[in-house]
Design a protein around this ligand. Structure first.
Ligand SMILES: Nc1nc2c(ncn2[C@@H]2O[C@H](COP(=O)(O)OP(=O)(O)OP(=O)(O)O)[C@@H](O)[C@H]2O)c(=O)[nH]1
Ligand SMILES: [Mg+2]
Length: 310
């Protein structure tokens, strides 16, 4: 059976740590793989441009001892998740990851809308230090949580197989201990409560990717960095009846319209329109659920996958 390909969305504002996370995840698995006792899994890309883009980031860290610069444009990374088996190497699945500049991660941005519609799972990035110590971050979080809950609402309503990795970044900058852990939990509650109400498939991850220098060479110290991606891919991969076209676009088109009444092009336009107002939709649906007024439509009608021009 051919390996499935999953589209993974990343959501998070400027400087939250999306690029460092991707580079850290890649480094961790790559580093382990190239040692004498290779780890079971690693990411591999057939695409020369992808390899050179990721190498560029890692070389920057190595040469300067600094984190990579801010992302300028949406950059595509296609990888296969490979696994070492007793009788050779197996491709577990493939995934497309878009490294997005923070300000483009907004539901009002058409490019971002496309990515949301095509996604099968997502990484939600939250800065752990800002969550605990930055009062102004609260408004950013309200917007972020609304977007995530809106997606979770569609997922729930359409019974899609979708998973959310909640990645708390820069945890190495926090004091470790149960008090910190408790504070994080408390500040995450507004999101957690709403995700639980929607029976969303999610997991929290505490990410810490400091730069370390050893014998004059700097590198990302990325232990455990790949856990969120490995978890996300495992969640998506374990469902045997994966339909690549069964994504949020399908769900939105269905929830927005009656299939008989409108042609597919119009359905898609309306789906885009609907996702543009996802935040409001999310709040409304959450409210309806609370009031017990919402019913679930079990039918699933796939739409053709659209090509993204970035
Ligand atoms: N100490 C520490 N700092 C981190 C970590 N992750 C990110 N940072 C810091 O956060 C900054 C921004 O990280 P990026 O990964 O570039 O952020 P981004 O989300 O890709 O940001 P944009 O591309 O601008 O949207 C880095 O330059 C680091 O200073 C981490 O795990 N530990
Ligand atoms: Mg970036």
């Amino acid at each position: 059976m051919a390996a499935k390909t999953f589209n993974l969305l990343s959501i998070g504002e400027r400087g939250v740590g999306k690029t460092v996370f991707l580079a850290g995840s890649y480094t961790e698995l790559q580093g382990e793989h190239s040692t004498e006792h290779p780890k079971a899994s690693w990411f591999e890309s057939q695409d020369q441009e992808v390899r050179s883009n990721i190498e560029k980031i890692l070389l920057h860290v190595q040469n300067t001892g600094l984190y990579p610069p801010a992302t300028i444009k949406i950059t595509n990374f296609n990888f296969a998740l490979k696994r070492q088996k007793v009788f050779g190497v197996k491709t577990q699945c493939k995934f497309r990851w878009w490294d997005i500049p923070g300000e483009a991660c907004h539901i009002r941005n058409p490019d971002f809308q496309e990515l949301v519609l095509k996604s099968h799972g997502c990484c939600v990035f939250i800065s752990a230090p800002a969550l605990l110590h930055d009062r102004e971050y609260a408004q950013t979080l309200v917007d972020l949580f609304d977007q995530v809950v809106a997606i979770a609402s569609i997922v729930h309503q359409q019974r899609l197989n979708y998973a959310f990795a909640l990645v708390l970044t820069k945890c190495d900058l926090l004091e470790s201990g149960t008090v910190t852990q408790l504070q994080i939990e408390q500040n995450l509650q507004p999101l957690i409560t709403r995700l639980d109400a929607l029976k969303a498939n999610y997991q929290r991850f505490y990410s810490a990717i400091p730069i370390v220098s050893m014998q004059g060479t700097a590198a990302l110290n990325a232990r455990g960095a790949a856990d969120p991606l490995l978890w996300l891919l495992a969640q998506l991969n374990k469902h045997h009846h994966f339909q690549p076209n069964h994504n949020l676009a399908t769900g939105l088109a269905q929830s927005a319209l009656s299939q008989q009444m409108f042609p597919s092009t119009l359905r898609r336009s309306v789906a885009l329109l609907a996702i543009a107002s996802l935040s409001i939709l999310g709040i409304a649906i959450a409210l309806l659920f609370t009031l017990g007024l919402f019913t679930i439509a079990p039918d699933q009608v796939p739409v053709n996958e659209q090509k993204i021009h970035l």
